[in-house]
Write a protein that binds this ligand. Structure first.
Ligand SMILES: [Zn+2]
Ligand SMILES: [Zn+2]
Length: 336
């Protein structure tokens, strides 16, 4: 079978490798679609921390069940929760497999989905009846946003500022809105802000470069400021800057990740009695919630897909496709 290997930063190579064999506790799936994640782009660029090569990328997957003990019928289309957890550590014992001490993310720490067939732990496969392949491939990045929203425990009517309108931020906005939040979207890209308005019907969109940004937030929230701020940029300057927008009693949730140290002014943070939280990956509950929201047509995530590649085109066209600043989500497909 054909596999696409990221041999080293900037270099994809197609290789012919044997098909996987079935091991106990695992199932074999045929890959149908693969969403391209920021992680894949950083891995290809060589800017993903602690990444080793060669690696088969891809963890946002729509798959077809072939064989194994997962209890599905051959040919069933499924989505994948691409986090391999140990089941034994302190986080796993609490059901928080998303932040397992020994977590291995498919396509990051182990080889992922840019391959014709893949053998996976059976528990990573999830049924999502009624979803199209595009939607199956979007469940994972949406679950990241849904997890951040559940961390924030948004109450109906709360003012929620979400910074960063990439695929993760857009999903976060959609779920914050479903939770009843009064969402304010911020980004520096006007085309993405237009997407927030037109596709997600977010009532307030602000350009983060606007010199009156803080005043606008104050006006929109009638002087309260947002009780929830969520970062989906993973940009250190943006993360440090956003502490000032938090209302007193506010919660600040970091979905985006960067490599540096966060700088917090203690008196400013203290007087708010604020809460700072990180939000990592997603749990099976988040995946089930996302699947139910798509099935109930509470969101229409296929609009996030702005470019498509055939598997055979990825090596040549990946770089150009994903570097377009207005590209939101690239979907790779194996079959027509
Ligand atoms: Zn991802
Ligand atoms: Zn664990």
């Amino acid at each position: 079978m054909q596999q696409l290997v990221c041999a080293e930063p900037g270099q994809f190579e197609y290789r012919t490798v044997p098909e996987p064999t079935l091991n106990a506790g695992e199932s074999i799936v045929r890959i149908r679609k693969i969403g391209v994640c920021g992680t894949d782009i950083h891995a290809f660029d060589g800017t993903q921390p602690y990444f080793s090569y060669p690696r088969v990328l891809g963890h946002e997957l729509a798959v077809e069940f072939v064989e194994g003990d997962a209890g599905f019928k051959a040919g069933e289309h499924l989505t994948v929760m691409p986090y391999i957890s140990c089941g034994k550590c302190v986080a796993c014992r609490k059901g928080k497999t998303n932040c397992c001490v020994n977590i291995k993310v498919l396509g990051v720490h182990t080889d992922g989905g840019m391959t014709e067939y893949l053998s996976l732990p059976s528990y990573t496969l999830l049924r999502a009846e009624g979803l199209e392949d595009d939607e199956l491939g979007l469940v994972e990045p949406l679950a990241i946003g849904a997890h951040g929203v559940s961390r924030a425990a948004i109450q109906p009517g709360e003012n929620v500022l979400i910074i960063g309108a990439g695929p993760i931020g857009l999903g976060t906005m959609a779920f914050a809105k479903i939770a009843g939040g009064h969402v304010i979207a911020a980004d520096v890209n006007e085309q993405r802000l237009a997407f927030c308005r037109d596709e997600l019907h977010i009532p307030y969109t602000l350009n983060a470069r606007d010199t009156e940004f803080s005043d606008h937030i104050k006006d929109i929230t009638r002087g309260d400021m947002p009780t929830v701020v969520i970062d989906a940029t993973g940009n250190l300057a943006a993360i440090n800057n956003a502490f000032q927008y938090l209302a007193h009693t506010g919660r600040y949730v970091l979905i985006g990740l960067q490599r540096g140290d966060i700088l917090v002014n203690h008196p400013e943070f203290h007087k708010r009695e604020a809460t700072l939280m990180s939000s990592r990956n997603a749990t099976v509950n988040d995946f089930e919630y996302v699947i139910s929201c798509i099935r109930d047509r509470k969101l229409f995530p296929s609009s996030f897909i702005t470019s498509r590649l055939k598997f055979s085109e990825v090596a040549d066209r990946f770089s150009n496709t994903v570097s377009d600043p207005n590209n939101i989500k690239t979907m790779i497909q194996f079959h027509d």
